[in-house]
Design a protein around this ligand. Structure first.
Ligand SMILES: [Zn+2]
Length: 297
């Protein structure tokens, strides 16, 4: 028993609190030299952020690095939601149909380093670590996954296009309900970033700390430079797009279809839902925001 206990202690030391060792150029981690969008890999559909106008007024923008006028309430940053920067992008079906149930796939070969089954953003979060040809590590982050559909485990190696889960249904709770008659706000919050752990990076806004996936937003620093320049978030669709074709003409790999980033002008939309959901009975969340529930801020 002592040997077993010692072994367990060593294992915990090696793996750390998140459960899975990460940030190491492990020989088992394949090089990710080809990327595909996280949605549309097999269904052939296009997914994109929503950028909507009412007349000349921008009423919604779920793209990366922007402020979204559709958001309501205030945040752990002490700011109204519509005045902070989106650290990822919210992807919706470009044809206007509900994104709920859409299959989310790994954007490249890598290793699952986070698949927390007891969190609520709303929905679950999966993070996959990728080793770039440059030897840099980068992380793809998939948020708002339906808790019954997660098909990967922490530590598991995944291939580009491998199913991670599906998109959770979310109800619209933004500023323009009259223009969202279907009340549907289902979407994937997708991030690409050069760091794994965002649980303790908000030095000026300590209330925003606390979870590995982070808040999904930054303030006052733009996500490109957060927490550090060239080591923070990056525009996820651009990152994927420029790596979605093989760079060596002799390769036989075939890139998957690339999601359109064309704004969906015909669809009036939805954004992150700040409303609490009934999920996650095990963790009373002290979190805020659209990816997280607005509680007391
Ligand atoms: Zn988002």
């Amino acid at each position: 028993m002592r040997v077993l206990a010692t072994g367990m202690a060593l294992l915990i030391l090696v793996l750390g609190p998140a459960g899975i060792a990460h940030g190491q150029n492990d020989a088992t981690l394949p090089v990710a030299d080809l990327f595909s969008p996280p949605l549309g890999f097999r269904d052939g559909l296009s997914y994109a952020p929503r950028i909507e106008y009412a007349g000349n007024d921008l009423i919604e923008n779920t793209d990366y690095g922007v402020m979204n006028p559709d958001l309501v309430g205030s945040t752990c940053f002490g700011r109204p939601w519509e005045t902070i920067y989106h650290a990822g992008e919210d992807l919706y079906r470009a044809d206007g149909e509900s994104t709920a149930g859409a299959e989310v796939t790994a954007v490249a070969d890598g290793r699952v380093v986070y698949a927390n089954l007891f969190i609520n953003y709303p929905g679950l979060v999966v993070i996959v670590e990728h080793l770039l040809p440059s030897k840099e590590l980068v992380y793809s982050v998939y948020i708002h996954l339906d808790d019954n559909t997660i098909s990967v485990e922490e530590g598991e190696l995944v291939e580009r296009g491998q199913r991670v889960g599906t998109v959770l249904y979310q109800r619209y709770a933004g500023r323009f309900p009259d223009q969202h008659p279907d009340g549907d706000d289902s979407h994937l919050h997708f991030e690409m970033r050069y760091f794994y752990d965002a649980s303790d990076i908000y030095e000026d806004h300590l209330a925003c700390n606390g979870r590995v996936p982070g808040r999904g937003y930054t303030y006052p620093i733009h996500p490109d430079d957060f927490p550090e320049a060239d080591a923070g978030y990056t525009d996820p669709s651009t990152f994927v797009e420029i790596r979605s074709v093989t760079r060596t003409p002799t390769s036989t790999a075939t890139p998957a279809p690339t999601a359109s980033r064309t704004p969906v002008s015909a669809v009036v939309t939805a954004t992150d839902s700040p409303l609490p959901t009934p999920y996650s009975p095990l963790l009373p969340l002290l979190i805020c925001g659209t990816e997280w529930m607005a509680v007391g801020y």
